[in-house]
Design a protein around this ligand. Sequence first.
Ligand code: NAI
Length: 733
Amino acid sequence: MENFKIDVDSDGIALITFDVPGRSMNTITGSVMRDLITLVETIKTDDKIKGAVIASGKTSGFCAGADLGELNQRGAQAKDEPKSEEEKLKKQFDQSFTLNKSLRALETCGKPVAVALEGLALGGGLEIALACHYRVAADNPKIKFGLPESKVGLLPGAGGTQRLPRLIGVQNAAMMILQGADKSPQEAKGLGFINEVVPAGKTVEAAKAWVKANPKATAPWDVKGFRVKDGPFTPGGSIAYVGGNAMVSKQTNLNYPAQRNIMSCIYEGIQVPIDAALRIESRYFIKTANTPQAKGMIRTLFVNMQALGKGGNRPQGFPEYQVKKVAVLGAGLMGAGIAYVQAKAGIETVLLDVSQESAEKGKAYSKRIVDKDVSRGKLTKEKGDELLARITPSTDYSLIKGADLVVEAVFENPALKAEVTKKAEAFLGDTAVFGSNTSTLPITGLAEASVRPKNFIGIHFFSPVERMGLVELIRGKETTDETVAKAIDYVLKIRKTPIIVNDFRGFYTSRCFGTYPAEGVEMLMEGVAPAIIENVGRQCGMPMGPLEVSDSVGLDTALKIGKTNAELNQQDYKKDPRAALLSWIVEEKGRVGRKGGKGYYEYGDDGKPTRIWPGISEKIETKVTECPPELKQELTKRFLFRQCIEVARCFEEGVITDPRDADVGSILAWGFAPYTGGCISYIDLFWGTKKFVEEADRLADAYGERFRPNKLLRDMAAKGETFYERFGAKKAA
Ligand code: NAI
């Protein structure tokens, strides 16, 4: 066994050290699963062993669960898979059930087994612990125990859905599993799935003491007469199921099959003996793991996010860039947020504005966040003060001297940006990077003001900076790989996820995101009731309805963009009915959106939308006031296809080149329905390019050329290619 070491003490208690070689954290790999079979057999048959204590050999914790990277690969290497669907499912079931079988064998080995948890146990890690007879945890509130599988579209498949409800009741377990929530050792003890909490470093000792005192251990559910606290036919059980199902429907809009399957799996499993229950769980696990939702979510939200978080898209061959000091130009909404995340990451920050007062105001933004965190106990006063001391608000550009990077976040005005670029570069070292946070101005154009355009790059943050995890890096025509690598090192240092795009109008995120509110306006003009548009938008997985999104962005901003686009295409913008509608709302009715307290919605004093503005009916006759399922399905397709087709266009035009960037960017930047795994995974996994093209053609015939698939999509459809095959393989080569 390469993953477990056994030391039997003089009392006959085997200390089993779980330590996956070459990794900083234990995960359940194929090799661990094979070793577990041997391990359980040894505990069971070795007469010298009277009982066992399992502990981790890592300081990082006990075990973080299944190796999702391996799971993701298994799906990709479908070459030697059995041909028929039935054989394939059988093979998957056998693979998945192996772990359940081993853990059940451990539980029924006839000898007491305890687990000593000095650190986190998540997913499969906690499931191993649940299959032990006794669980001891170190008293450290930072330790997490939980079953987070549902967060990547899966369900716990190693007994978690069956043992946890049997231990702590259906209602408590269902809540934990559905939300993927974690608990501290004390909370876990309170709920009843940790038996004992002891001082750190003492868990093995306590676990051994228990094993010694309990030579014959069985799981509670193997004792005759065992009953689940709130099983299906108890008053508590009906609350758990009726309330639970309603909650799942409300929160997921039934877009996430994992949550529904978790409910079914618990309900069905809890009514039968544990052995049958574990088989039920394995079936639901396979059913869930085979959904496009699980495949997309695992790939994008786990594998890709992890890869990008480690610099997976960083040009190679450049040493890590040490970013110690950064100057931020402009202490407005964005500059203030950028200063905060930098200071939090330990970067010395110079925050420059036109007056000392404005610069101080920018720093005050950080102070507000720090004060709140200190008052909530999330940060000590001392650490808060250290963070704030890293920000120097000023008007003096000479303080830029010695900076490794500059982020420019002044008004969106090319002349002003050119001026501050020159001013800043006068103090900037030759190898330092200059990044512009512009949201719309082409980087190549802005770089013209720079004396070293090779070091010039777009560093596009999202608002609010401290909450949004993505940064879009935009290569100008002259930006070098080295500059991209340095910018990535900066983004990783402030703990955000970078994606890399090329310099085209709207870059990647703003361009694609804009199609969602635009499709909402198309529907509005067709006479679909605004409430239907908004509800379907949310129900198909977007964070807000498209009209509410427009209000948030600002209808005046949308009008300005519409006018610019019309100008670029040499059209009279008012001839476009969409622009005419917008101009009427903004210029005649004075409704600019949320910031003005009126837009497509009316807003209360708290800034929250109260109702859709009825005045819209003066201009638009509502013709569709009912939304039967077929209409909902059609509107859903329109929303999602429209965005995905724009993403496909971005690939064809070279705006974006890596499907991982495209998928992660679509979810983190504009909230594209997360259950899909992102725009590209929606095309690849939910449809396949061939069917996607057929459906897009149908939509184009029915609603307009905006849905017409581009050449790239048609080419891929003809070859039966996916984006990950075409663009992923090219990258690897
Ligand atoms: P803002 O209007 O809140 O702040 C701009 C700041 O720049 C003001 O404090 C102003 O006094 C300062 N400034 C003007 N001239 C200056 C100079 N010569 N030297 C130093 N500071 C100067 O604007 P906001 O929203 O922070 O936007 C800044 C940039 O970020 C713009 O390019 C914008 O397009 C971009 N952006 C904005 C996003 C948003 O959601 N607001 C999102 C992503 C990018």
